[in-house]
Ligand binder design. Structure first.
Ligand code: ADP
Length: 621
C-alpha cells in the first residue's frame, strides 16, 4: 500500500517536474519556430522602414532645396527685360524648362503669345493657358495626415464668419499653417495617421463626401499581400484648386499636376512688390536626376532601393535586371508626399529566398537543439524516475525480506523444539518414531543452517568477500549429494525425484559446496513452487565442452515478463506477506552469482507441458 502510494507520488512528481514542463517547452518552442520566418521578416522590415523613411526625408529636403535654389536664381524684375532674366535663369538651372510670368490679375505676361517664342512655349501655353490664368482649376494635393480634423459644426462657423472664403480654402490655409510648424509635428501626425486605420477611413470618408479624390497607391506591400487586403489609398487628398489659390500663403513652391499617367511639375515664386507670379515648368529629367542623387546606395546584399514614379515604374533598376522584378510588390514602401503624388521610395529584398532559407536553417538548428534538450530532459527524468522507483521497490523488498526471514527461521526452530520436547519428556516410546523425529530434527536444522548460509552468502557476495575453494571435482557427485540431502524431506511431502545421466563422468573445476548449494536452492524452489503434480527431474548432460544440469518441475511456473526479474535480489513473483510460500528472494541471485563465478550460468525456461526448467551450465575441464 505504502509502496503504491509512493509510486503514485513519484509518477505525479515526474509528470510535474519533467513531462508537463517538457510538453510546454516543446509547444512553445514549435510555435516560436513556426514564427521564426515572420520574426526575421519583421526585423528586416523594421530596419528597411527606417532606411526608406530616411530616403523619403532626403528626397523631401532635396526638393525643398531645389525650390530654394530656383527662387534664388530668379531675379525679377530685371532691368534687361524678362527675356534676358529667364534666359539667365534657364542657364543657371537645368530644372527650368519653360519659364512663365503671370500678373496679379491672372494675365499671362510670359511666354508671349505667338510672338517670337519657341514651339515649346507655344505648347506650354496651349496646355496651361487656362490654368495659369485661373480659367480652370487643377488638382492640388494635400497630405491627409496634416488636414485638421473638422466636423460640420466647425465648417458652418467658418462659412458663417462673413469672410467669404470657402470651407476648402479654410482647410487649405490650415494646412499651410501646419506646414509652418516644426517638422517633427508633421512627422508625428503622419505616423499617427498611418498607424490608425480608423482615422484613415474616417478622413477618407470625410474627404470623399466633399468631392475630394483620394488616390490609390500603386504598390501592394508585403503585409497587404499576405492579408489579402485591397490596395491602400495614398496619404494624399486631391482637390481642384485654381492657380492663384494654389499659390496662396507662401512665397514660392512647387505644384505637381497629375493628368492620367503624366506628371508635370511647376515651380512658382511671388515677385514683390506687385505680387506677380513667375515660375517655370520643371524639367522632369533634371528633377528626377537630382532626386536619385540623394538616394542611399540603391543596392546592398540584403536589399534594393528605388523610387517608383506615378505609374509604379522604377526610376532606376539597381540590378539592371530588366522587367523580371515585381516592382509593385515591394518589401517596404513609403510615399514621398504631396510634392510627388503617387511616388514612392520602395525597398525590395535582394534575394527573397535567402530570408526563407535562413529562417529555415535557424529553425532547423533551434529545432535540433530543442529536440536534444527535450530528449535529455525526458531521458534524464526517466532515468531518475526509474532509479528512484527501483530504490523504493528495493526498500519494500528488504522489509518483506526481513519479515520472511524471521518467519523462515521460526518454522524449523518451532518443529525442532517440538520434537526435542517430545523426546526429552519421553512422550514417544516407539523407537522407530523416535528415530523419525530425530531425522526430522536433523533435516529441519539443515534447513535452518541453509537459510542462514543463504543470508550470509548473499552479504558476502554483495561485499565481494565470498571465497570459493575450487578443485577438480566430479560434477555428478555433487548432483548425487544434493539429491540425497533433499530426498527424505521431499519424498515425505509426496514428491518423486527422477535422475538422468548422473552416472556419467563430468569433471569440472569448482567449489563443491557452492555448487551443491546452487542445486539445493533449485531443488527446494521446485518443491516450494510445486503444483498438484509433484515430480522433479534432475538431468546431467554434456554439450560442446559444457556440462548442463537441468532441474525441472511440474509446478506453477513463472509468469511471462517476470522470467528475467527472478534473478534480481529480493525479487519474488508473489511478494505479499500473506503468501503461502515464504522465501527470501535471494536463492536464484546467489545461484547465478556462484555459477558466473565458475564461468557458467543459470537460466530459466518454461517447461513444455507446464512447470519450470532451470539449467545450470559449467565448463568441463
Ligand atoms: P525465494 O526465496 O523467493 O524462493 P528465489 O530467488 O529462489 O527466492 O526465487 C525467486 C522467485 O522466483 C520466487 O519467489 C518464485 O516466485 C520464483 N521461482 C523460483 N523457482 C521457481 C520454480 N521452480 N517455479 C516457480 N517459480 C519459481
Amino acid at each position: 500500500m505504502t509502496y503504491h502510494r509512493l509510486t503514485v507520488k513519484l509518477i505525479a512528481a515526474f509528470a510535474a517536474a519533467v513531462i508537463i514542463p517538457g510538453i510546454v517547452l516543446g509547444i512553445i518552442a514549435t510555435r516560436a519556430l513556426r514564427h521564426e520566418e515572420a520574426y526575421l521578416e519583421n526585423l528586416l522590415e523594421d530596419t528597411l522602414r527606417v532606411e526608406v523613411d530616411q530616403a523619403v526625408d532626403l528626397i523631401r529636403n532635396e526638393i525643398k532645396s531645389m525650390g530654394d535654389r530656383l527662387a534664388q536664381g530668379l531675379s525679377l524684375p530685371g532691368e534687361e527685360g524678362n527675356d534676358a532674366v529667364f534666359k539667365a535663369w534657364k542657364k543657371d538651372s537645368d530644372l527650368v524648362e519653360v519659364p512663365f510670368l503671370v500678373s496679379r490679375e491672372n494675365r499671362i505676361i510670359w511666354p508671349k503669345d505667338g510672338k517670337g517664342t519657341s514651339s515649346g512655349d507655344d505648347d506650354f501655353l496651349a496646355d496651361n493657358r487656362d490654368l495659369l490664368s485661373d480659367k480652370r482649376t487643377g488638382q492640388s494635393f494635400q497630405n491627409a495626415a496634416l488636414l485638421p480634423e473638422s466636423d460640420g459644426a466647425d465648417r458652418d462657423e467658418i462659412g458663417a464668419d462673413g469672410s467669404g472664403r470657402s470651407v476648402r480654402e479654410e482647410k487649405y490655409l490650415d494646412l499651410k499653417k501646419a506646414l509652418s510648424q516644426p517638422r517633427l509635428k508633421e512627422k508625428l501626425a503622419v505616423a499617427k495617421f498611418r498607424g490608425s486605420p480608423e482615422a484613415r477611413s474616417k478622413l477618407y470618408q470625410q474627404t470623399e463626401s466633399q468631392n475630394q479624390e483620394v488616390l490609390e497607391r500603386n504598390v501592394i506591400t508585403r503585409q497587404q499581400a499576405a492579408s489579402g487586403s485591397v490596395r491602400d489609398r495614398t496619404i494624399l487628398v486631391a482637390q481642384d484648386l485654381n492657380f492663384s489659390r494654389s499659390t496662396a500663403g507662401v512665397d514660392h513652391g512647387f505644384i505637381p499636376r497629375l493628368t492620367g499617367s503624366k506628371l508635370e511639375i511647376f515651380f512658382w515664386k511671388k515677385i514683390p512688390p506687385e505680387g506677380e507670379i513667375a515660375g517655370c515648368l520643371v524639367n522632369l529629367k533634371a528633377f528626377t536626376g537630382k532626386i536619385l542623387s540623394v538616394l542611399p546606395i540603391p543596392y546592398s546584399a540584403t536589399r534594393l532601393m528605388t523610387v517608383l514614379n506615378q505609374n509604379g515604374s522604377p526610376l532606376i533598376d539597381p540590378l539592371d535586371e530588366g522587367t523580371g522584378r515585381e516592382w509593385k510588390r515591394p518589401f517596404v514602401s513609403r510615399e514621398i508626399g504631396e510634392l510627388l503624388p503617387r511616388w514612392e521610395v520602395a525597398a525590395y529584398l535582394s534575394d527573397p529566398a535567402a530570408l526563407a532559407s535562413r529562417a529555415r536553417l535557424q529553425s532547423l538548428i533551434m529545432g535540433v537543439l530543442i529536440a536534444i534538450l527535450l530528449i535529455a530532459i525526458l531521458l534524464g527524468g526517466f532515468l531518475i524516475f526509474r532509479s528512484v522507483n527501483q530504490e523504493i521497490l528495493l526498500a519494500r523488498q528488504k522489509t518483506t525480506f526481513a519479515a520472511n526471514v524471521s518467519h523462515e527461521l521460526k518454522t524449523p526452530l518451532t518443529s525442532i523444539r517440538l520434537f526435542a520436547e517430545i523426546l526429552e519428556k519421553g512422550k514417544q516410546p516407539d523407537r522407530e518414531k523416535q528415530k523419525h523425529y530425530l531425522k526430522l530434527m536433523v533435516s529441519e536444522s539443515k534447513r535452518l543452517s541453509r537459510l542462514i548460509n543463504t543470508v550470509l552468502d548473499f552479504s558476502q557476495i554483495e561485499e565481494g568477500e565470498k571465497t570459493y575453494h575450487k578443485q577438480i571435482i566430479e560434477l555428478t557427485d555433487v548432483v548425487r549429494r544434493a539429491t540425497e540431502n533433499l530426498k527424505v524431506p521431499l519424498e515425505q511431502r509426496g514428491f518423486t525425484i527422477r535422475t538422468k545421466g548422473i552416472d556419467a563422468t563430468v569433471p569440472v573445476l569448482g567449489d563443491p559446496e557452492a555448487l551443491e548449494q546452487v542445486l539445493i536452492n533449485l531443488l527446494s524452489n521446485a518443491e516450494k513452487y510445486s503444483g498438484k503434480k509433484k515430480e522433479i527431474e534432475i538431468a546431467v548432460s554434456v554439450k560442446d565442452d559444457r556440462a548442463i544440469i537441468t532441474v525441472s518441475d511440474r509446478g506453477i511456473g513463472i509468469p511471462k515478463g517476470t522470467a528475467k526479474k527472478i534473478f534480481n535480489k529480493f525479487y519474488r513473483v508473489d511478494d505479499h506477506f500473506t503468501t503461502r510460500v515464504k522465501g527470501t528472494g535471494l536463492g536464484l541471485t546467489i545461484a547465478r552469482a556462484i555459477m558466473r563465478e565458475h564461468g557458467g550460468e543459470v537460466v530459466y525456461q518454461p517447461r513444455e507441458g507446464g512447470g519450470s526448467c532451470f539449467s545450470i551450465t559449467i565448463p568441463i575441464v
